[in-house]
Design a binder for this molecule. Structure first.
Ligand SMILES: [Fe+2]
Length: 255
């Protein structure tokens, strides 16, 4: 499995606080069957505001720890960039990192609103040749209230990546319902852990496999946890296909 979104670097945002914590969450991911992790850090959010310099240093340290501990996992660099009107400028200046060597770029919307400039700012960013991954869109109140905004994002070619906790209901029933709805209309194409720590938000992707399988079938679960994230890491196109829920009759009939 490939985790498209987790905070594993030491002491730079709300992820692990010490190198020991970093190793512990990485070991958790490895023992769960994850072999590649997009290692994000919060940028442009007015709180952590991780800079390239700070990020690069923490990333290099984590890679070194992995090598020393001989862990079978690869970290891919990326930033989780909070929506702002000038994200395109920040990207041009080299302040923000896309995922690895790809044109996929992670944007986090604010939880409570969908500012009037949002579509414009995302469009300007996509003009930089980037394909936007909207991180946990189900946690944005604006999209929950007006799901048609997701259609606008789809038309822009943006893709959603849900947090696993959302489909388990850990952020409440509204967020959970929104996650399923966004999967069913084809906006959300992958589920990631958004892991931060061993217990509170663990790096255990396998937990989501049966939940997705029950609802959409095994092939959709595999595509959301492995195949689509792998296309992203290759910089290959991902089609925004809707995933209709399997009816009970069909579900029983195919098993
Ligand atoms: Fe995150």
């Amino acid at each position: 499995m490939i985790d498209l979104h987790a905070h594993v670097l030491t002491g730079i945002d709300d992820g692990p606080k010490t190198a020991i914590d970093t190793l512990a969450v990485l070991k958790q991911a490895v023992s769960d069957g994850t072999r590649q992790i997009v290692s994000v850090a919060h940028a442009n959010d007015g709180h952590f505001d991780v800079t390239r310099e700070v990020y690069d240093k923490a990333f290099a340290a984590a890679v070194k720890e992995i090598r020393m501990a001989r862990l079978d996992v690869e970290l891919i660099p990326a930033m989780e960039v909070r929506l702002g009107p000038k994200m395109d400028e920040g990207y041009r200046n080299g302040d923000f990192l896309a995922i690895g060597n790809t044109h996929y770029f992670c944007v986090e919307l604010p939880p409570n609103d969908f500012p009037a400039y949002t579509l414009d700012a995302l469009y300007k960013l996509s003009l930089e040749g980037l394909r936007l991954l909207i991180i946990h869109p189900e946690r944005n109140r604006g999209i929950r209230k007006r799901p048609e905004l997701a259609e606008r994002l789809i038309r822009m070619g943006a893709m959603g990546v849900a947090s696993g906790g959302s489909i388990l209901g850990q952020f409440g029933p509204e967020v959970e319902a929104s996650a399923w709805q966004l999967i069913e209309i084809g906006f959300i194409q992958a589920v990631a852990t958004d892991g931060h720590s061993l217990a509170k938000r663990p790096l255990r992707l396998s937990v989501y496999e049966p939940v997705l399988s029950r609802r959409y079938g095994e092939s959709v679960a595999i595509s959301m946890l492995t195949t689509t994230p792998s296309l992203v890491l290759d910089g290959a196109p991902v089609e925004l296909v809707p995933h209709p829920r399997i009816g009970w009759r069909r579900w029983f009939g195919t098993r």
